[in-house]
Write a protein that binds this ligand. Structure first.
Ligand code: KIV
Ligand code: ZN
Length: 562
C-alpha cells in the first residue's frame, strides 16, 4: 500500500443535495425482484453453468417466487442462445414469470437477441451501454452526446424490431441500463435516460424500466441514495419509468445501497442468491428479502427452506457459502459466548411463558425455524461459553431441566472439559459429562437393595418407612428410618452413619420421557458441614428411587471431591 493514498486514488465527489427526503422514509413493501443469477451470476463463475444446471437454478428461482428472471445474454454465445431456446421450447417458463434478456446496444447483437426470444410469452428486452465519465474517457473516447446517441440508436432499432413480436402477441417490455451509472454526471444520466424513454415511446401505461447500476461500487450508500433521489426528481418522464437498482458489492455495501436506494424512490431490485456475481458479487437477494421480513414486511419471496436453496446454489455454481453469510451461513444461528447463550436461553423461556407471538429472542434477529434451520444446534459449547449454555443444551437437546442453582456447577465441569480439549463440545459430549459426573456417581456409597412401606393415617398424613442395604467399599450395612416421605425416611435412615453430615437443601424432579415407560430424574442439592453445596442426580423408572439415587450421587460426589 502507498503511504499517501490521496496521491493515487480519486475520492468520490458527492452531490450537493440540500433537502433530501430519503432519510425519513421507511421500507414498507418489497421491491419488484429480478434475479440476475443466470446472467451476471453465471458470467462470474469459474465454470459457468451448463444447460441442466441453469434449468435447475431457474426452477429454484421460480419456486422461491421470483417473477422476473434475467436468463442470459443470448447473443454472447451459443450456450446462452441454446439455454434460452431450451427454456422456451421446453415449456419451462410459467405464465406468470417474465424472462429478461440482456444485450449490448449494438445492432447485430440486438437482431440476434430478437431471434432468441421468438415464441416467449413475457419478455423484458434489456439493453445497455456505458455512460460514466471514466468509461467515456478511457474506453469509448467519446462525450455525453456520443454515448446518448448509442443508446438512442439502439432504442430506435429495438422499437422497430419489436413490432413483429408485439403483433405476434408477445408481452414485450423494455429495460435500459446506463452502465456505470454511479460514475456518470447525474444531469448527463437524466439526459440519456430521458432520450431513451422518448425513443421507446414510454408512457405511464407502458413504462420502461430504467436500471441504475452501481456497476462498480465506488461510494457510500448515502451518496448513492442522493444520486437516486436527484435523478428521479429531475427525470421529466418519471411517471413513464420503473426505477430499478442493480447494485454490485465492491465496497461490501451492496445491501445498504439497495436499501437506501429504495428509500430514495427505486421500485425494483436486480439481485442474485447469496450475492454471487462479478468480482465481489451482485447484491444478495436473500439478505435483502429476509432483512425486510425481520422488519415485519412480507418480502414476497419464500426462503422457508434456505438450506435447500443453498444446496442447489452450491451445486450448480460450485461456489461455497461462507459460514457467516447472513441468514444462510453454517454458524449464523450458533452462539459461542456465554452471555449470548444465557440471553438466548432467557429469551426462549420468556417466549414460552408469555405465549406472545412476537419474536423477542436476543441475538437472534430471525427465528431459525422460519428459514428451515434447526433451533437445537443454536448453542454450541466452547471455552467462551457461560454457565447457562450447557444447561440450555441439556434442556433443549435431551429434556433435562437442571435447577438454576446447579447451572454454575455443571457449567464449570463443561468449561474444564472445553479447556482440556481446546475445541467446541457437541451436545452429545455435554450429555456424557452430565452422566459421568452426576448419574454415574454411584461409589463409594451404593444402594444394594431397599424397600419402602407406606401408609396414610386417619388425618391424611403419609408415613413412609425405608429399609435398605448399603455398601461402602467392602463394608455392607443395614439402615432403617421413617419420615413423611421417601426422602425424609431415607435421611432418617442414614442418621448416625458417616454419610449423615449433609443437610438437605432442595430437590426437583421431572419426567424425561412421556408415556408409561417414562423415566424420572431427580436433582438433589445438599450442603456439607462447611456450608458447601453439592448436587446429585438420580434417574429411575421409579419416582421414589430417583431421589434416593440423587442423594447418594450428591454424597458420593462430595466425598470424592474431599
Ligand atoms: O453491472 C452492470 O452494470 C450490469 C449491466 C449490464 C446492467 O451488469
Ligand atoms: Zn452487473
Amino acid at each position: 500500500m502507498v503511504k499517501d493514498p490521496q496521491s493515487k486514488y480519486i475520492p468520490f465527489v458527492p452531490l450537493k443535495l440540500e433537502h433530501r427526503a430519503w432519510p425519513d422514509k421507511q421500507l414498507t413493501h418489497p421491491p419488484i425482484w429480478c434475479s440476475v443469477d443466470l446472467r451476471d451470476g453465471n458470467q462470474a463463475l469459474v465454470d459457468p453453468m451448463n444447460v441442466e444446471e441453469k434449468l435447475e437454478l431457474f426452477h429454484t428461482l421460480v419456486d422461491i417466487g421470483v417473477k422476473e428472471i434475467e436468463v442470459g445474454f443470448p447473443s454472447a454465445s451459443e450456450t446462452e442462445f441454446e439455454f434460452l431456446r431450451a427454456l422456451i421450447d421446453g415449456g419451462h417458463i410459467p405464465d406468470d414469470v417474465t424472462i429478461q434478456v440482456l444485450v449490448q446496444a449494438r445492432e447485430h447483437l440486438i437482431r440476434r437477441t430478437f431471434e432468441a426470444i421468438d415464441g416467449a410469452k413475457h419478455v423484458i428486452f434489456h439493453f445497455y451501454n456505458s455512460t460514466s465519465t471514466l468509461q467515456r474517457k478511457v474506453v469509448f473516447h467519446t462525450d455525453v452526446a456520443g454515448v446518448k446517441q448509442i443508446a438512442v440508436d439502439a432504442a430506435d432499432l429495438i422499437r422497430e424490431l419489436s413490432q413483429a413480436a408485439l403483433d405476434g402477441g408477445m408481452d414485450l417490455r423494455y429495460e435500459y441500463s446506463p452502465e456505470s451509472f454511479m460514475g456518470t454526471e447525474m444531469d448527463a444520466a437524466v439526459e440519456i435516460c430521458q432520450a431513451v424513454l422518448e425513443a421507446l415511446r414510454a408512457t405511464p401505461e407502458r413504462k420502461v424500466i430504467l436500471n441504475l447500476p452501481t456497476t462498480v461500487e465506488n461510494c457510500m450508500p448515502n451518496y448513492f441514495a442522493d444520486e437516486i433521489e436527484y435523478f428521479i426528481s429531475k427525470l421529466p418522464s418519471r411517471e413513464s419509468a420503473i426505477i430499478s437498482l442493480h447494485p454490485h458489492n465492491d465496497r461490501g455495501e451492496g445491501v445498504a445501497t439497495a436499501e437506501l436506494g429504495q428509500l430514495a424512490g427505486a421500485e425494483r431490485v436486480e439481485a442474485t442468491l447469496f450475492g454471487n456475481g462479478e468480482r465481489t458479487g451482485n447484491v444478495d437477494m436473500v439478505t435483502l428479502a429476509l432483512n425486510l421480513y425481520t422488519q415485519g414486511v412480507d418480502p414476497g419471496l419464500d426462503f422457508s427452506d434456505i438450506s435447500k436453496v443453498r444446496d442447489v446454489y452450491e451445486r450448480v455454481t460450485k461456489m461455497k457459502i461462507g459460514e457467516r453469510q447472513p441468514y444462510a451461513g453454517e454458524l449464523v444461528f450458533t452462539a459461542f459466548s456465554g452471555s449470548h447463550q444465557d440471553a438466548i436461553n432467557k429469551g426462549t423461556q420468556y417466549m414460552e411463558k408469555s405465549g406472545s407471538p412476537l419474536w423477542e429472542v436476543p441475538y437472534l434477529p430471525i427465528d431459525p425455524a422460519d428459514v428451515g434451520r434447526q433451533y437445537e444446534p443454536i448453542i454450541r459449547i466452547n471455552s467462551q461459553s457461560g454457565k447457562g449454555g450447557a444447561a440450555f443444551v441439556m434442556q433443549h437437546s435431551f429434556g433435562f431441566d437442571l435447577p438454576k442453582a446447579m447451572h454454575p456447577e455443571f457449567g464449570h465441569i463443561v468449561q474444564v472439559e472445553t479447556d482440556r480439549v481446546g475445541t467446541e463440545l457437541k451436545p452429545q459430549r455435554i450429555y456424557e459429562l452430565f452422566k459421568e459426573h452426576y448419574v454415574d456417581a454411584t461409589k463409594p456409597y451404593e444402594l444394594v437393595r431397599h424397600s419402602f412401606a407406606e401408609f396414610t393415617d386417619e388425618e391424611g398424613h403419609s408415613h413412609v418407612t425405608f429399609a435398605g442395604t448399603l455398601r461402602h467399599k467392602d463394608t455392607v450395612f443395614q439402615v432403617q428410618g421413617s419420615g413423611n416421605g421417601p426422602i425424609d425416611a431415607f435421611f432418617n435412615a442414614i442418621h448416625g452413619q458417616k454419610m449423615d453430615r449433609f443437610t438437605f437443601v432442595d430437590y426437583k424432579e421431572h419426567a424425561v420421557q412421556a408415556g408409561s415407560d417414562s423415566l424420572a430424574v431427580a436433582y438433589i442439592q445438599l450442603r456439607d458441614a462447611q456450608g458447601k453445596d453439592c448436587f446429585g442426580v438420580g434417574i429411575s423408572h421409579n419416582i421414589n428411587l430417583a431421589p434416593l439415587k440423587g442423594i447418594l450421587s450428591a454424597i458420593n460426589r462430595a466425598v470424592i471431591q474431599q
